[in-house]
Design a protein around this ligand. Structure first.
Ligand code: HEM
Length: 442
């Protein structure tokens, strides 16, 4: 065999192996949840006053609904947020998200697990292969695509069911273009859309699923905005994200309308555009499925997740006017070396990281998994953070939002909001892959 022929054979073998792995993934079996030894590591020091300290984690992280109205109060938002309708969409008559990843998944960032960190879930861990790519590796690029179902199209639901059922095939189309792109896509379904898409299927309704509830604090509001479908598309290459989105939208045609399409990028060592490392306190290892996958508490929806997205724009000029120490007090970490600061005494103004820490009366801490991404354009003066949080328990994210927007104690809101405006807010359920596939069976 000459050199060329042997190269071709090797390549063919590589493609074959990869497509076998994809096929396994798309059938929800044997998910290859191996942690690639990637990028950065953050240790997570707990503050001395911090809640339950934890067994330190030495994991190394990879750096890398129907809605109400959007109050676009904050600055010229980026990309295309469509006008918001306050009316509830109606569907002509009567499924959600999974992960298709081109490579092994698992999350990064070291967060020490809370002392009583909910270890009940061996079941969840054992069935990781059944879930979508919510735990995919942090990538250099991501597209956050939010769509609404076109209720005026009689065939919209049929088309969408069919596209959701075959989204794994679409993933294969782009994955093969670069086997090392770390491509993944998680699909989320909004509350009303869930009812519409699953009507007559017998699929259970996720116990906590409901449209994003607006939270109004004395000064800031977490708005609720439309979104029936979320595609969280991740890859190390922007063109791979682009290509998947292009093919996806072509398949959907006029069955769905884009309400927001945001392209995020990894900024240096996973910093947000406020200049801080973002994602450090994410769970790692076995704590990840424990934090993100629904288990026995809602058995019909086991291995699914809830996901909440919010698109924030920052007033970077005002933020830049603060001293570094003042910024650090707002975030709760040092800016340069990302060290955690102590919590303030009860009743005082708390930092963002403290307000976003949820504990029950027994000291159990409830984590979520974030993969926030910066977005924006200096030329148009847009600087933003796209917040995305996956959780096994929707109430945990809602509690975080309440503490941020209303404050804890009430009135002492998260000061990050004085420099960041939420333009969107939408909740989805990310079903196991098998559920997505079942939608195409009628
Ligand atoms: C403007 C938007 C936001 C920015 C720029 C931002 C940035 C940050 C940064 C820099 C940290 C510290 C490093 C880390 O642990 O990741 C952090 C922590 C955290 N954030 Fe945010 N965040 C934003 C919105 C939110 C929202 C809306 C939530 C939840 C609803 C949230 C939940 C958390 C959590 C759970 C932590 C870890 C807290 C802990 O130390 O246990 N963040 N965020």
């Amino acid at each position: 065999m000459d050199v060329t022929a042997s190269r071709i054979t090797a390549r063919a073998l590589q493609l074959q192996l990869h497509s076998q792995r994809l096929a396994r993934l798309s059938h929800g079996r044997n998910c290859l949840c191996v942690v690639p030894p990637q990028l950065r590591l953050h240790s997570r020091p707990r503050s001395s006053l911090s809640r339950h300290s934890s067994s330190s984690s030495h994991n190394y992280a990879l750096s890398g609904r129907p809605c109400s109205s959007i109050s676009s109060s904050g600055s010229g938002a980026a990309s295309s947020i469509s006008p918001i309708s306050s009316s509830k969409p109606s569907f002509p008559s009567p499924s959600p998200s999974r992960s298709f990843s081109s490579s092994s998944s698992s999350h990064l960032n070291a967060k020490t697990q809370s002392s009583k960190s909910l270890k009940k879930n061996s079941t969840t861990t054992a069935t990781m292969s059944q879930n979508q790519a919510v735990q995919a590796s942090l990538t250099k690029s991501a597209t956050f695509l939010v769509l609404t179902i076109n209720s005026s199209s009689p065939s919209a639901l049929k088309t969408i069911r069919s596209v959701l059922a075959s989204v794994s095939d679409l993933a294969k189309n782009v994955v093969l273009r670069d086997l090392n792109s770390q491509f993944s896509c998680a699909v989320g379904i909004g509350s009303d859309a869930w009812d519409a898409l699953t009507a007559g299927t017998g699929l259970g309704r996720p116990a906590e699923l409901h449209p994003f509830r607006q939270i109004s604090g004395a000064k800031h509001t977490a708005v609720s905005t439309p979104g029936d479908l979320l595609f969280h598309i991740r890859a190390d290459r922007r063109d791979i994200c682009f290509e998947f989105e292009r093919q996806l939208l072509a398949k959907l045609g006029d069955a769905a309308a884009v309400v927001d399409d945001t392209q995020g990028f990894r900024y240096f060592d996973a910093r947000d555009l406020l200049g801080f490392v973002d994602g450090t306190a994410n769970p790692v290892g076995p704590a990840v499925p424990d934090a993100v996958l629904i288990a026995g508490e809602d058995a019909a929806c086991a291995d699914g997740s809830y996901v909440v997205v919010q698109k924030y724009v920052h007033d970077v000029k005002a933020w830049g006017g603060l001293s570094t120490e003042a910024q650090e007090a707002i975030i709760g970490r040092t800016k340069l070396d990302n060290m955690e600061l102590d919590d303030q005494p009860d009743g005082h103004q708390q930092a963002h990281k403290t307000l976003a820490t949820i504990e029950d009366d027994d000291g159990n801490e409830y984590s979520i998994l974030r993969d926030n991404m910066p977005f924006g354009s200096p030329g148009s003066g847009v600087f933003g953070t796209y917040f995305i949080g996956y959780s096994r328990r929707l109430w945990v994210i809602e509690k975080m939002l309440e503490r941020m927007f209303v404050g804890h104690p009430p009135g002492k809101h998260d000061r990050i909001l004085d420099f960041s405006t939420a333009l969107t807010g939408t909740t989805f359920y990310v079903p196991p892959p098998s559920v997505l596939e079942s939608l195409g069976s009628d």
